[in-house]
Design a protein. Structure first.
Length: 112
């Protein structure tokens, strides 16, 4: 998939579903970020994210504390220019109230 190719409706919906179920909307106190951390058994998912969202970043695998996991992060320009508009269009309180509230809190805290 090319770097500037838009996500298909399926891909966008799948991404939102994964983030609703497993993601974190927050930040480090200085900048906002959306993160996804999952066991290394989900390596294919992290490869999928890296291929479809090349401006995001996959870290790992990490192995410590008896756990093995990958971490995906969306921050900076990628978050503001690509992920934020996608989430604005697709995430709603009707879809998942808690995730939507966390998303809204992140936007408010970091003035997005």
């Amino acid at each position: 998939m090319e770097r500037n190719e838009p996500l298909s409706d399926f891909d966008a919906g799948f991404l939102v579903g994964v983030l609703v179920g497993e993601g974190h909307f927050g930040g480090d106190g200085k900048q906002p970020h959306v993160t996804l951390r999952m066991h290394t058994d989900h390596a294919a998912l992290f490869s999928w994210l890296a291929a479809r969202l090349p401006r995001s970043k996959v870290y790992g695998p990490y192995h410590h504390g008896g756990r093995s996991y990958f971490q995906w992060m969306a921050r900076g320009r990628f978050l503001r220019e690509e992920l934020l508009p996608l989430l604005e269009a697709r995430l709603s309180p009707e879809l998942d109230g808690r995730s939507w509230q966390r998303f809204q809190a992140m936007k408010e805290r970091y003035r997005l």
